[in-house]
Design a protein around this ligand. Structure first.
Ligand code: NAD
Length: 261
């Protein structure tokens, strides 16, 4: 049995992770961490507390983090140093905080797995985009999310742009050209990510998490689209990570390594 703690337990993702863990025969929910933890209905034997700092040592083998960036930036390093293995889905962390967490995981004893997107279809969409990247002169990314998302652009779109940029650079292509000379409304061209890949963020009630990668070349286009219609789409990837992390010392970035292994 793997003992799992959920950070951000009262949140939209946290609630889904709790349900997925409770439904899995080889996993047991052992801790629920959230400043709003009184809203979380769990077995009385599950440790509940407001912050990771209050979590007793050894109260979980793996902590799954779907909280907020400001919190994760504070608790990842000490949690890894205390020996918890961390599966992290929280997005919007600063590059410095990500680097500090990577260093802490390399030092051990806690292992770290970070994925910008735990939906298997989104992982495949990123891979397909990487394959297509060298063959098109232009590419733009549109990410569409529910209206309560706090950070922009999405971690998935940023990771997608980074991987496209790396694939273009490896093929000897320059950054994507942008002929725009003036914009009437600031931000109309979206944000410029690595490789000159523009990312456009849409926020609307009713959406969950969606991404379109639009490639353009002379006389043709290719669109890759992934839709998470329900947060359950992330759970197969989360459980895969929870089961794998104990055997992966140091840092694992993305689910690809687990799918290929
Ligand atoms: P949410 O706002 O519904 O939940 C966040 C929860 O974190 C809240 O319950 C909040 O009280 C809690 N929290 C705040 N401070 C905390 C602290 N110090 N310790 C513990 N918990 C704390 O948000 P959500 O929609 O569930 O998303 C959570 C995160 O997961 C976001 O960063 C989102 O972008 C990310 N996300 C990632 C993926 C992925 O596949 N990687 C998928 C969906 C969402």
């Amino acid at each position: 049995m793997i003992r799992v703690g959920v950070i951000g337990a009262a949140g939209r993702m946290g609630q889904n992770v709790i349900a997925a863990v409770e439904a899995a025969e080889d996993l047991i929910l052992s801790a629920a961490v959230d400043p709003r933890h009184e809203r979380v209905i769990v077995d009385p034997e599950v440790v509940t507390c407001a912050t990771v700092a209050e979590l007793p040592d050894g109260s979980a083998d793996v902590l799954v983090d779907f909280s907020i960036a400001a919190a994760a930036e504070q608790h990842l390093v000490p949690a890894l140093a205390r020996g918890f293995h961390l599966v992290v889905g929280t997005t919007g962390l600063s590059p410095a905080a990500v680097e500090a967490a990577h260093e802490a995981a390399e030092a051990g004893p806690g292992h770290l797995l970070v994925a910008a997107n735990f939906a298997l279809g989104a992982v495949l969409a990123m891979r397909f985009a990487e394959i297509a990247a060298p063959y098109f002169e232009s590419v733009e990314v549109i990410e569409l999310h529910h209206a309560a998302k706090r950070d922009a652009p999405s971690g998935t779109s940023l990771k997608t742009a980074e991987r496209i940029a790396a694939a273009r650079a490896a093929a000897g292509l320059d950054d994507c050209a942008d002929p725009t000379e003036s914009t009437v409304i600031e931000g109309a061209r979206g944000g410029r990510a690595p490789g000159g890949v523009h990312i456009h963020s849409v926020r609307l009630p009713g959406l969950v998490a969606h991404e379109e990668i639009l490639f353009g070349g002379p006389g043709e286009g290719l669109t890759i689209r992934h839709d998470s219609y329900d947060r359950i789409s992330f759970m197969a990837g989360v459980l895969l990570a929870v089961r794998a992390i104990g055997g992966r010392p140091g840092v694992t970035v993305g689910l690809d390594a687990l799918l290929e292994g």
